[in-house]
Ligand binder design. Structure first.
Ligand SMILES: NC(=[NH2+])NCCC[C@H](N)C(=O)O
Ligand SMILES: O=C(O)CCC(=O)C(=O)O
Ligand SMILES: [Fe+2]
Length: 336
């Protein structure tokens, strides 16, 4: 993993940048704001830009953590009880802006019509009643390792997190595809389109406010992927250093395909051994290469009293054009 410790000068420069532009960027999820944010990102400190670009180009490991930024806990106020609760300006607007600026240097931030009601910036917070779910909002269950949105052909290339607070040090887990030691025959099987990855539950109607009209169609598409999933490959790209696409909790193989079953089980075992803890601290901006690493989260005991762990999350694509057909003309980044 790579870490950039910001120095005083860099922290000062980032603080000034946010001071100057936070009002102008009161909204972050309009086309206009996204466009301007991409250009404003070029005013981030030089080392930040260099690290993010090296990370984007795969010159670093698949995990980059930028540390040292201070989050004003008083301004933040209590951790919300649900991502839906927020009305009006976000108390974490300054961190959201920084997260969007950094993300813009990796590609284009985008969102899903079927996740967190189509919001661009997600809240990752424990929600009462979700303790044992396989959702970002769970707490007492191990969030099993996964590629973000592994089921979807338009999943992000990168995943960005801003840690606002993590008082009891709940650990995110990360595992590198590069670290996997797999027998050659298993590797070859994983390169074949013999695996099923069903949508995870964050994209289901029951975990969203399902609207009438246009976005309803998006949930129907997810249901279709649930009923009629494609067969996909788990490994792809360079045979020596393959990219990985997996979310074993939601995966299966065709009846009788014992070879694929064995290959998947072997992968799970190898990754379970390779995976390590990455405990995010308040002020950490963490970037994951969604093709080269998987991630999850260790169980923790949520308090539900406004002092809980709170992350912000953004999906980033390297090629917005791939999702053109899945997006409507107005919400041009709202992918299905
Ligand atoms: N293995 C898993 N739990 N996969 C689903 C991950 C959770 C999902 N990305 C969410 O936003 O809630
Ligand atoms: O809470 C974390 O550290 C990771 C959450 C996550 O992976 C998810 O919500 O998909
Ligand atoms: Fe995730």
């Amino acid at each position: 993993m790579d870490r950039l410790e910001l120095d005083e000068t860099e922290i000062g420069a980032m603080t000034e940048l946010v001071d100057e532009f936070e009002e102008e960027f009161a909204t972050l999820d309009s086309e206009e704001a996204l466009h301007r944010a991409t250009v404003l990102a070029h005013q981030l400190p030089n080392r930040v830009r260099l690290h993010l670009n090296a990370f984007r180009l795969e010159q670093l490991s698949g995990v980059l953590c930028i540390s040292g930024y201070q989050v004003d806990q008083d301004r933040l106020g209590p951790t919300p009880a649900h991502w839906r609760g927020q009305t009006g300006p976000s108390p974490a607007h300054r961190e959201e802006l920084l997260l969007m600026l950094c993300s813009s240097l990796l590609g284009d931030p985008f969102c899903w019509a079927t996740q967190q009601d189509g919001r661009m910036i997600h809240d990752i917070i424990p929600i009462q009643g979700h303790e044992h779910e396989q959702l970002g909002s769970s707490s007492e269950a191990l969030l099993t390792w996964h590629t973000e949105d592994a089921f979807h052909p338009l999943r992000g290339d990168f995943l960005s997190f801003a840690c606002l607070r993590n008082p009891y040090g709940a650990a995110t887990t990360v595992g590198y595809a590069d670290d996997l030691k797999l027998p050659q025959d298993v590797r070859e099987t994983l390169f074949e389109e013999r695996f099923i990855i069903r949508p995870d539950e964050s994209h289901l109607g029951k975990n969203n406010t399902v609207p009438d009209g246009e976005r309803l169609e998006s949930f129907e598409d997810i249901e279709e992927m649930q009923r009629n999933p494609d067969l996909v490959a788990v490994l792809f790209g360079n045979p020596e250093q393959p990219y990985l696409r997996a979310d074993p909790y939601f995966m299966s193989v065709e009846d009788g395909d014992d070879e694929a079953r064995f290959a998947l089980d072997t992968l799970v075992k190898a990754m379970d051994e390779a995976i390590f803890d990455l405990t995010l601290a308040s002020g950490d901006f963490c970037f994951l290469d969604n093709f080269r690493v998987v991630h999850g989260r260790k169980p923790f005991r949520a308090r539900h009293d406004g002092t809980d762990r709170w992350l912000k999350r953004v999906n980033v694509t390297g090629d917005l054009r791939k999702s053109r057909a899945a997006r409507d003309a107005r919400a041009v980044r709202a992918s299905r």
